[in-house]
Write a protein that binds this ligand. Structure first.
Ligand SMILES: Cc1cc2nc3c(=O)[nH]c(=O)nc-3n(C[C@H](O)[C@H](O)[C@H](O)COP(=O)(O)OP(=O)(O)OC[C@H]3O[C@@H](n4cnc5c(N)ncnc54)[C@H](O)[C@@H]3O)c2cc1C
Length: 527
């Protein structure tokens, strides 16, 4: 993974000429004055942890698994939001952990938490490092030091129960590896977020992730049937049955807890039989309103495709739904539908589902475009993040933000966010798509491109603050799947209200009395 960008550097994307022209002529983008620094030039604070404490950590995991090298610290500084990348490109490593510690078992995690609580060392659980909400920004103030707890050594498939369709994993397994391990059993998880190549199963659970095929396979929190969690005050082992009436479901307290309550050391996940057939296709709608009405009809009446996404007019024109051919979009609003089927899925044949959905989409005003747009989307489904690095290098800020709401409120939410972004940024390019649908509502995912002006981090923070305020006022949730981290903490507090905040604080105080776990993320500090 590129330390200051996304993905495998060998897959870096050149910007097509149409995109360069658009940036120059319509957005006024100019090459930045200062080029990005090299890894060796990132400025890090000195290691604050005293040698005896580093020795105590090494005593738990072994000396080879406590890293204080410049490179290890840089690679565990922050996540992958655009402000994170802009700061790293500018050489700002002020949020670096003092050390990176890699435990090899649940027992080692538990012992590390005991030592760190006693010595007041902040612990940031680190999965794939793809957080986009400030979930990994070290905050050492008031602590002896900070460690990044890298879960990469906990990377095993522990068991498969083919009868119950449940697989048990350690948390550091990356999504492609999880799919590879399950494929050997003829199974799949079906979780394909855009960060698929690098994110981990523990990170998906901790941040309540949602993948591109959520209409078919559900969100990640729908897949979790059990969890083991190491906390400073003991171990939580949750989930004896798929559903239970035994009081409030404490699994839900761990899902979305973003490393602030404990460290997930294993997960039991519902899996599905791998599809025998997949088909993707495109449809065109005249307007975003017509397209969303068609999605609502599918979500409420069925049959629901496994993948269902609709780009608004701007995103369709730019061609973002097909990142491999970006810059050559069309008119109207492009809808991508993907159908998957296995004998045992209960989803019926692909053909039957496709025919049923086509009847609904046609009735709602859609024009069939055939397989090509769907295949192009499938081919480029993980490439858009690579484009971000090229855009940052060219002097454009590109960032995404997302929300969700009930169907009746979706148009208001859509308008409010676009207006807020335009108000804060002058004339940005704002694109939107709907990619996660439910019977009662859907998510909205915005991509914003703007010429960098002055301090680009401050420029984006102003826009993000305006968008957050618009989401809160328009009645949406502050996040549908990116999570809370530090960036959404205040808006989350507004969403759950003072009683909700006091519950979060009480849970935190009970499980993590020394407050060492991911301080500053998710839970507002007690006044
Ligand atoms: C280019 C890009 C595209 C993305 N696309 C999507 C998308 O389509 N859908 C989506 O949902 N998200 C997406 N994300 C966001 C991100 O990938 C998800 O939030 C993901 O769940 C994070 O997983 P991770 O393993 O990288 O976790 P990290 O980023 O390492 O950690 C995320 C949070 O969880 C905590 N954590 C990690 N592991 C554990 C653990 N084992 N126990 C306790 N806490 C833990 C961390 O402390 C942190 O607070 C995207 C991000 C990027 C950069």
């Amino acid at each position: 993974m590129l330390w200051s960008g996304w993905g495998d550097p060998a897959l870096a994307r050149e910007l097509p000429e149409q995109v360069r022209a658009l940036l120059r002529d319509f957005l006024g983008v100019r090459a930045p004055d200062i080029p990005a620094v090299g890894l060796e030039s990132v400025r890090l604070p000195p290691v604050a942890l005293p040698e005896p404490l580093l020795g105590a950590l090494a005593g738990v995991v072994g000396p080879a698994y406590v890293l204080t090298s410049h490179e290890a610290r840089v690679r565990h500084t922050r996540g992958k939001s655009t402000p994170d990348l802009l700061r790293m490109r500018a050489g700002d490593g002020s949020a670096a952990p003092d050390a990176v510690v890699l435990p090899g078992s649940h027992e080692e995690v538990a012992e590390l938490l005991r030592v760190c609580s006693a010595e007041r060392v902040a612990v940031i659980p680190f999965g794939g490092g793809t957080s986009v909400v400030g979930g990994l920004t070290a905050c050492g103030s008031g602590f002896t030091g900070v460690i990044a707890l890298d879960l990469g050594r906990l990377d095993r498939l522990l068991s498969v129960d083919p009868e119950s369709l449940v697989a048990s994993f350690e948390p550091g397994v990356r999504a492609p590896e999880a799919e590879r391990l399950l494929a050997a059993h003829g199974l799949t998880l079906g979780h394909f977020p855009q960060s698929f190549e690098y994110a981990t199963l523990g990170g998906f659970a901790a941040a309540r992730s949602s993948g591109q095929a959520s209409a078919g396979y559900g969100r990640f929190d729908d897949m979790v049937v059990g969890l083991t969690v190491a906390t400073p005050t003991g171990t939580l082992d949750l989930g004896r049955a798929p559903k239970s009436a035994a009081g409030p479901d404490l699994r839900q307290l761990v899902l979305g807890s973003e490393g602030a309550f404990g460290v997930i050391t294993s997960l039991r996940l519902r899996v599905r039989r791998a599809p025998e057939e997949r088909r993707y296709e495109g449809w065109r709608f005249g307007t975003f309103a017509e397209g969303t009405a068609a999605m609502r009809a599918l979500a409420q009446e069925g049959p629901l495709p496994a993948v269902l996404r609709l780009s608004d007019e701007t995103e369709t024109m730019i061609g973002l739904a097909k990142p491999d051919t970006i810059g050559s979009g069309g008119s109207g609003c492009l809808l991508i539908a993907g159908y998957e089927s296995t004998r045992a899925s209960g989803w019926g044949s692909v053909a039957a589902r496709q025919t049923g959905a086509a009847a609904v989409l046609s009735r709602m005003g859609g024009e069939p475009l055939g397989a090509e747009p769907g295949q192009a989307w499938e081919h480029g489904r993980f490439s858009a993040p690579y484009l971000r690095d090229s855009l940052l290098g060219a002097g454009a800020t590109v960032e995404t933000l997302e929300t969700a709401g009930f169907w009746a409120n979706l148009p208001r939410l859509y308008d409010a966010v676009r207006l807020a972004l335009a108000g804060a940024l002058g004339s940005p390019l704002v694109m939107c798509h709907v990619s996660h649908v439910y019977e009662t509502g859907a998510s909205l995912y915005f991509t914003v491109v703007v010429a960098q002006e002055g301090d680009p981090v401050a420029q984006w923070e102003r826009a993000k603050e305006a968008a957050n305020a618009a989401i809160v006022t328009a009645g949406g949730t502050i996040t549908h799947h990116h999570g809370v981290g530090r960036d959404h903490r205040d808006a989350y507090a507004a969403e759950v209200g003072p009683v909700g905040v006091s519950i979060l604080q009480a849970v935190k105080a009970r499980l993590d009395p020394a407050g060492i776990l991911n301080p500053g993320a998710l839970v507002p500090p007690t006044a």
